[in-house]
Design a protein around this ligand. Structure first.
Ligand code: HEC
Ligand code: HEC
Ligand code: HEC
Length: 275
């Protein structure tokens, strides 16, 4: 081999190594998508991507739903529906379904007194300064069975994803439908028959969910969602055919989801849509 050729091949070889290293580093930065969906809590959406949304949620009604279950809170409203205003409902399964995040589902909220088989305390920690799974968090409206998977897709793509990319990992876009998990569900004690204020008009209420605009500042300005307008033009599967809404009952003091009403099939890893 001539000298020139030797030098050339050495050069190509080195370039290949350097490029390979760069690709590797890039791959390392990308996190692996967890195998199963699970609830991670609102705090995980805060800190680098949706800070303004989190801060707004924290002081909104949904960021304070757990607190309503405490004794003495909203006494008048409780009395009206024949609940005991002096009772503590923070461990009552019926209430936890609609006032917390992912109760009785993978990764979801666990009330005080929860233990595993070995008797170890598994209850969720509650930090009043940093509301999380104990309130109605992001995942109760944005996910089918928790955000662990699509959160990684969002991070890996730095927000440049299509609706379908996260939807296949259980993000949902059927907003009008998802509210019925709680607001118009037959098991809520707070029905329009009790008081007019419980009537649910989606278009009106939607406008009150995210008052995030006021929470953008110098530190989180770079988190403005650049792809929102593009995504708004897409029509996702769950917008075409809304997902099933879990129905549930309390049996022997425990929350049970009714058969055939779950929007996610764990075994088949598939989604169930309304017909
Ligand atoms: C099926 C879902 C569901 C269940 C079960 C449920 N809630 Fe609620 N709860 C809601 C919704 C939705 C609202 C908000 C209603 C509205 O503002 O239109 C609410 C509101 C409340 C309020 C505030 C009412 C007011 O007018 O200030 C209290 C207090 C409350 N719930 C306590 C409880 C307690 C205690 C339990 C258990 C005994 C419970 N909830 C069970 C969905 C539920
Ligand atoms: C009570 C239900 C509910 C909760 C809880 C909720 N969201 Fe939302 N979110 C919505 C609805 C509804 C929209 C669509 C609003 C619209 O179209 O005007 C939305 C829109 C968004 C968007 C814009 C998405 C896009 O591409 O258009 C982001 C980002 C978002 N939410 C983040 C969050 C985060 C982060 C949390 C938790 C801190 C959260 N949401 C909690 C209902 C909810
Ligand atoms: C997991 C249960 C749950 C889901 C899902 C849910 N909510 Fe709520 N929502 C509640 C509870 C509980 C309250 C009561 C908070 C309070 O009274 O302080 C509430 C209160 C509200 C309020 C504040 C009351 C008001 O009118 O000012 C709005 C607005 C609202 N919900 C809109 C929505 C919309 C829109 C959706 C669907 C995109 C939705 N919610 C989905 C449980 C839920």
């Amino acid at each position: 081999m001539g000298n020139a050729l030797k030098i050339l091949s050495l050069f190509i070889f080195s370039v290949a190594i350097i490029m390979g290293g760069a690709v590797n580093a890039e791959a390392k930065k990308k996190k692996k998508i967890p195998k199963k969906p699970s609830y991670v809590g609102a705090v995980k959406c805060n800190g680098s991507c949706h800070d303004a949304y989190y801060e707004a949620w924290k002081v909104s009604p949904h960021g304070n739903t757990f607190n309503l279950l405490k004794a003495g809170e909203r006494a008048e409203a409780k009395t009206r529906v024949k609940l005991d205003p002096e009772k503590d409902y923070t461990t009552t399964p019926l209430c936890l379904r609609c006032h917390t995040t992912g109760y009785k589902q993978r990764g979801g909220f666990k009330p005080a007194g929860s233990k595993n088989k070995k008797g170890k305390d598994t209850s969720s920690t509650i930090d009043p300064e940093e509301p999380n799974k104990e309130q109605v968090g992001c995942e109760m409206c944005h996910s089918v069975a928790g955000g662990a998977q699509f959160r990684v897709v969002m991070k890996n793509t730095k927000g440049d994803f299509k609706k379908a990319d996260t939807e296949k990992y259980g993000q949902r876009w059927d907003y009008a439908n998802v509210c019925t998990r709680c607001h118009t569900h037959p098991n809520t004690p707070f029905k329009p028959s009790v008081h007019d204020k419980y009537k649910f008009n989606f278009e009106e209420r939607k406008l009150k969910v995210h008052l995030a605009a006021d929470f953008y500042n110098e530190d989180n300005m770079d988190q403005k969602l650049e792809k929102v307008k593009d995504r708004a033009k897409e029509v996702s599967q769950s917008e075409k055919t809304p997902l099933l809404i879990e129905d549930f009952e309390i049996k022997k003091g425990k929350l049970k989801f009714k058969k055939g009403t779950k929007p996610y099939n764990k075994k088949k890893k598939s989604f169930n849509y309304k017909k």
